[in-house]
Design a protein around this ligand. Structure first.
Ligand code: KIV
Length: 271
């Protein structure tokens, strides 16, 4: 069987080397121990404990309700399943915007209580004070530009971002600011592929795209979407690698049938 035991532990420095070598970075979200073990065994480079947990794990319509305690719970579960991958955790909405001391305290809580390797926050120039303070405590930071779901109430929709020249120029400036402050990488979400390519050339740190074309340094998808557990969400950028929704329903139906018809347990499945 494919094994990752001889592959090196992924650090932020390894990601930087991967960009230099032109080796693509594979990142997926993860929220629990069992899936984290599978992701790590398969050799994923980065696991993002995304605040998309608010949607796919808790059933909320947006990422806004998830709390710092809940993110720490998910991150700790993931950490117990990981040997090799780099684990990055989202700072949830309301724990870093507008107050850099609170941002630092939130980041420290995540690192101390979950044992994760890095944190991610959404935004550019407007959150740079928080980024500076977190970095000065030795905590690696991943930036996130383009569609930033924590600002859904400002944007009003989840459509492609930065299609207008002014917003695209701000995004390039923000990417340079994040690089200058010391972020080890930037997630680029749902922006034109040509803009993502431009940013990837302009900055020396790795860019990780989701709906940002293939000329970025790596890709990320939400686990439940790429496994086809979630059937309602179908943006153009999403490739489904499995149809787990149908597979799981099939298994549940078979179980229900066996219980109702007393086909389970059999004589061999009892004491
Ligand atoms: O929370 C999340 O899953 C994310 C990815 C979509 C990048 O931020």
């Amino acid at each position: 069987m494919y094994t990752t035991k001889d592959l090196p532990k992924i650090t932020t420095h390894v990601l930087q080397e991967m960009k230099l070598k032109g080796e693509k970075i594979a990142m997926l979200t993860g929220y629990d121990y069992s899936m984290a073990r599978l992701l790590d065994e398969a050799g994923i480079d980065v696991i993002l404990v995304g605040d998309s947990a608010s949607n796919v794990m808790a059933g909320n319509a947006t990422t806004l309700p998830i709390t710092l305690d809940q993110m720490i719970y998910h991150a700790s579960s993931v950490m117990r399943g990981v040997k090799r991958a780099l684990v990055v955790v989202d700072l949830p909405f309301g724990t870093y915007q507008g107050n850099s001391k609170e941002a630092l305290n939130s980041a420290i809580r995540i690192m101390k209580e979950s044992g994760a390797n890095a944190i991610k926050l959404e935004g550019g120039k407007e959150i740079v004070e928080s980024i500076d303070r977190i970095l000065s405590a030795g905590i690696p930071v991943l930036g996130h530009l383009g569609l930033t779901p924590q600002s859904i109430n400002k944007f009003g929709t989840y459509v492609v971002r930065a299609t207008e020249e002014k917003e695209a120029a701000k995004l390039v400036d923000d990417a340079k600011i994040l690089e200058k402050s010391g972020c080890f990488g930037i997630v680029l979400e749902k922006i034109p592929a040509s803009l993502a390519t431009q940013v990837t050339k302009v900055v020396k740190i790795p860019t990780i795209g989701i709906g940002a074309g293939h000329e970025v340094d790596g890709q990320v998808l939400v686990l439940h979407d790429m496994l086809g557990i979630n059937q309602e969400f179908s943006p153009r950028f999403l490739r489904r690698y499995h149809n787990l929704h149908d597979e799981i329903i099939k298994a549940f139906l078979a179980y229900i049938h066996d219980v109702k018809t007393v086909n389970f347990p059999s004589n061999k499945e009892q004491y």
